[in-house]
Ligand binder design. Structure first.
Ligand SMILES: C[S@@+](CC[C@H](N)C(=O)[O-])C[C@H]1O[C@@H](n2cnc3c(N)ncnc32)[C@H](O)[C@@H]1O
Length: 300
């Protein structure tokens, strides 16, 4: 299938004025379309909405699964456009329990919605992404925004990707948005981090192992996205990953300090897309994948 736009790409400030993205984000947030996006989250949701629309997944028979969904507003937007949305997350547990994964989402999702929505089209379930409690081939579309990087070890992430591919119907579409390293400095690579505690009498980065980065453990290189998400999912990338970035994306390179404080190069946080931790830089990447349709039955 040919697509009207490049979806499999990095978040880029050059996209932020795109009228279709702005219109989608306005609808999702229940307000007039902004003239330009102001943050990565909007880009992530807008890209999802446009990919699902272009693929023809927004119709009254469609079953859509959201994984690591938290209380994201796109759930409610979808409930007005598809047959059924199932939101899953480990609500009330883990480090996001007091923020994105509030336990009350299970009982009162309407409290989180920025729009009126069809209440009978949204189901919210407590479920671990690594073990989805659905039969194989249950959903027309599956997606996960800014979550898969938080699912645990590389094995956990690959297992969750396999689950995502399993529950998708043949011919279905999956959209995964995650953190992608645009530049991984040699000094931030896992073996170097592993060696650092030895050289610093164990004072720094104690949990580094030979395989796992600590500071940047929740961001993937393009190669890791391929080996931990695309390949284990058993799905096909809809397009090649475009890792190019416009020069203007670099204008507001934003440093994440060890305290979590953000320091933007321009002094203004919005819009920023590129984040720097230590010497390495990352941003969001959107992956659109599809499951090959089931082969037509041969002659009897
Ligand atoms: C950064 S939040 C993103 C939430 C939401 N997708 C959004 O964009 O606002 C990451 C989410 O992943 C969820 N999560 C972490 N580990 C999980 C797991 N094993 N299974 C399901 N969800 C998980 C967290 O509870 C949290 O809601």
């Amino acid at each position: 299938m040919s697509w009207k736009r490049q979806y499999v790409k990095l978040c880029d400030v050059a996209d932020f004025g795109d009228p279709q993205l702005c219109a989608a984000v306005g609808e999702i947030e229940g307000r007039p379309a902004p003239r330009a996006l102001s943050e990565r989250k909007q880009w992530e949701r807008g890209m999802l909405a446009l990919a699902l629309a272009e693929r023809g997944s927004l119709h009254d028979e469609a079953a859509v699964l959201a994984i690591g969904a938290g209380t994201e507003p796109v759930l409610f937007w979808l409930a007005n456009r598809v047959g059924m949305v199932t939101a899953t997350d480990i609500y009330g547990e883990g480090k996001f329990a007091a923020v994105e994964a509030a336990e009350s989402m299970l009982r009162n999702p309407a409290a989180f919605s920025p729009v009126d929505y069809r209440k009978d089209r949204l189901v919210v379930r407590h479920m671990d992404a690594r073990c989805l409690e659905f039969p194989t081939g249950s959903f027309d579309a599956v997606y996960s925004l800014s979550s898969i990087e938080h699912f645990g070890s590389p094995q956990d992430i690959a297992g969750a990707a396999a689950e995502m591919g399993r529950v998708l119907k043949p011919g279905g579409i999956a959209v995964v948005v995650t953190e992608c390293l645009v530049h991984l400095d040699p000094l931030d690579r896992a073996p170097v981090e592993f060696a650092l505690p030895l050289g610093t009498l164990g004072r720094r980065r104690r949990t580094a192992t030979l395989r796992r980065r600590v500071a940047l453990g929740e961001a993937f290189t393009p190669r890791e996205m391929e080996s931990l998400i695309v390949r284990p999912s058993g799905l096909q990338l809809a397009q090649r990953l475009d890792v190019s970035l416009s020069p203007q994306s670099w204008d507001n390179l934003t440093t994440v300090h060890p305290s979590g404080r953000l320091e933007a190069a321009t002094g203004r946080l919005d819009p920023h897309v590129l984040l720097k931790i230590h010497r390495s830089v990352f941003t969001s990447a959107c992956l659109v994948l599809h499951k090959l349709p089931a082969p037509a039955p041969g002659p009897a």
